[in-house]
Design a protein around this ligand. Structure first.
Ligand SMILES: [Zn+2]
Ligand SMILES: [Zn+2]
Ligand SMILES: [Zn+2]
Length: 171
């Protein structure tokens, strides 16, 4: 197994608490550097998304906060959408269009970087792959068509390395 596949799809038995804490620490530092406030609701939405490596829809986030949030009440959808807009504007959350769901991002990539999502159809985990130079080629062909590319997002569905291994082991 290469390092890349480990970081893109953490092993099922990895220390996820550490993983989630690192992402929260990244979000705090990132907001402080941009003079933005990671308010309690924004933080709670991010924590809900960091509960696993699977994307959550807005209503799943509401359910999560209703059950695990400090207030134990059901936040209004508009509150959640506003928090998600903030997190997306600050590069801390991405929207997975094909699932109409959101995933936390701990990578410190630029606003215009190409993001390649790898979506596992077996376990539902989503990883972000390095673009491997694809971004420039895609932007160049968009420009050649007279199109002004913004932030390209690519979604690739398939089977992650862990699911592939467990399948070949007959589990
Ligand atoms: Zn993790
Ligand atoms: Zn990202
Ligand atoms: Zn998988």
């Amino acid at each position: 197994m290469t390092n890349t596949s480990q970081t893109v799809f953490p092993a099922p038995d990895h220390d996820h608490e550490r993983c989630a804490n690192a992402a929260i620490a990244h979000a705090e530092a990132h907001c402080a550097a941009r003079a933005q406030r990671l308010t309690p609701i924004r933080r709670h939405v991010l924590e809900a998304l960091l509960a696993s490596h699977k994307p959550l829809g807005a209503y799943e986030i509401i359910e999560h906060l209703a059950q695990h949030g400090p207030a134990q009440n059901r936040p209004a959808p508009i509150t959640i959408y506003r928090a998600l807009d903030f997190l997306r504007d600050n590069g801390l959350v991405h929207r997975i269009e094909s699932r109409n769901a959101f995933v936390a991002c701990g990578h410190n990539h630029g606003d215009n970087d190409l993001v390649v999502f790898l979506i596992c159809e077996k376990c539902g985990a989503v990883g972000e792959a390095p673009d491997g130079g694809a971004a420039e080629a895609l932007k160049a062909s968009a420009r050649a068509a007279g199109f002004s590319p913004k932030s390209p997002l690519i979604e690739i569905a398939g089977v992650c390395s862990h699911c592939r291994e467990s399948r070949s082991a007959g589990v």
